[in-house]
Design a protein around this ligand. Structure first.
Ligand code: NAD
Length: 360
């Protein structure tokens, strides 16, 4: 069966790793018709916006997409295309497996112990994009409302970001994490918040997790505060299995866990909704390396492994995963982040993976 999949190459180093990923997926023999769609800073001139409607329509129609990273200007300019995609398509679950691959250098003494899956709420929290800029009339109004309702003073020269955490979205992501644990034979779910300080928003997330956990008696459950969690992950990662977190903590802890397994270059991810799924690496567009054939394509290739499993191509996914692991453990055809002395480029690492799949 031929699959139709939306492919968004992205910007920065995105197009290079997307091409590498595409060649590796095609080498498995799975038949795919790629529906190319452009998004990001490079299409602003042509379409007037970084996320053209036809990109959304394509993903809705095909149900599955894989994308390279897209640059978000810091502080000013357009809002994140990545965040917008997750919100428009209601991709409520961000799933990021962090499993050590032998051959990758890790800062840990025993990196083999790391086998953690991060399930991050993807559509609300401080990422909802509800912000009020410093000095604006509306910001002043909000400051006055808060003063009159809570008696708390906010300085007038403040900018304000709103952190909504709903019952609906908390329950949906926590159920997803437990269902994931059951389906993938995992033993434990840890919910992570800062509920000692944010008693209402993070408190709601924690209480929802405790309630849902009672329905999953076969899965161990615990709650941890995010600061403690960061230290625990560095010192005793072997104690952790599936983590479920609100959006902001999920984003930060994902990068921490990527660091534990040897860096952003090897960390895959998926954004899952009820109707569609978008697969992408954990890392960003690494713009300083754009066009240099330098960065590691593994994060996106392993995201493609997740995608192949999602579309039912399990055997091809396993072959691709094994080929990536084989190339990494040999250590000679890998990029600069995995081999400082004698690295190869993005394209050459993909060539080696393609060769491995073909059994050479
Ligand atoms: P980044 O992940 O792009 O890069 C940080 C550093 O990590 C790089 O300088 C590089 O040293 C290393 N790195 C990243 N990817 C690598 C790879 N594949 N191989 C080897 N090394 C790699 O993070 P950043 O510099 O904070 O972000 C750059 C841009 O990407 C920003 O505009 C940010 O908003 C965007 N971003 C996009 C996504 C996405 O599209 N989903 C995710 C994160 C960041």
């Amino acid at each position: 069966m031929k699959h139709k999949i939306t492919l968004i190459p992205g910007d920065g180093t995105g197009p290079e790793i997307s091409e590498a990923m595409k060649r590796c997926v095609e080498a498995t023999g799975v038949e795919i018709e790629w529906d190319y769609q452009e998004a990001g800073s490079d299409v602003m001139d042509k379409h007037g916006k970084p996320l053209p409607d036809k990109v959304i329509e394509s993903i809705k129609k095909n149900g599955v997409a894989i994308k390279g990273p897209i640059t978000t200007p810091i502080g000013t300019g357009f809002r994140s295309v990545n965040v917008a995609l997750r919100q428009v398509l209601d991709l409520f679950a961000c799933v990021r497996p962090c499993k050590y691959i032998p051959g990758v250098k890790s800062p840990l003494k025993n990196p083999k112990a790391v086998d953690i899956v991060i399930v991050r709420e993807n559509v609300e929290d401080l990422y909802a994009g509800i912000e009020f800029d410093e000095g604006k009339d509306d910001t002043g109004k909000i400051i006055n409302v808060i003063r009159s309702l809570s008696g708390k003073k906010i300085r007038e020269d403040s900018a304000i970001s709103i952190k909504p955490i709903s019952n609906y979205n908390s329950e949906r992501i926590i159920r997803y994490a437990f269902d994931y644990a059951v389906k993938n034979k995992r033993r434990k779910v840890t919910a992570v918040t800062k509920s000692n300080i944010m008693k209402f928003s993070d408190g709601l997330f924690q209480r929802t997790a405790e309630r849902v956990a009672k329905e999953f008696q076969g899965i161990e459950f615990e709650h941890r505060l995010v600061d403690d969690m960061c230290m625990q992950l560095v010192q005793k990662p072997e104690l952790y299995d599936v983590l479920v977190l609100p959006n902001l903590y999920g984003d930060i802890v994902s990068d921490l866990c990527a660091g534990l397994i040897g860096g952003l270059g090897v960390a895959p991810g998926a954004n899952i909704g009820e109707k569609c799924a978008v697969f992408e690496a954990t890392h960003g567009s690494a713009p300083k390396y754009k066009g240099m054939n330098k960065v590691n394509p593994t994060g996106l290739i392993l995201s493609a492994v997740m995608m192949l499993k999602h579309i039912g191509e399990i055997e091809a996914a396993e072959r691709l995963e094994k080929a990536v692991a084989g190339v990494i453990i040999e250590g000679k055809d890998v990029t600069y982040d995995l081999n400082k002395e004698n690295p190869v480029g993005t394209k050459e690492m993909a060539d080696a993976i393609v060769q491995k799949i073909r059994g050479n």
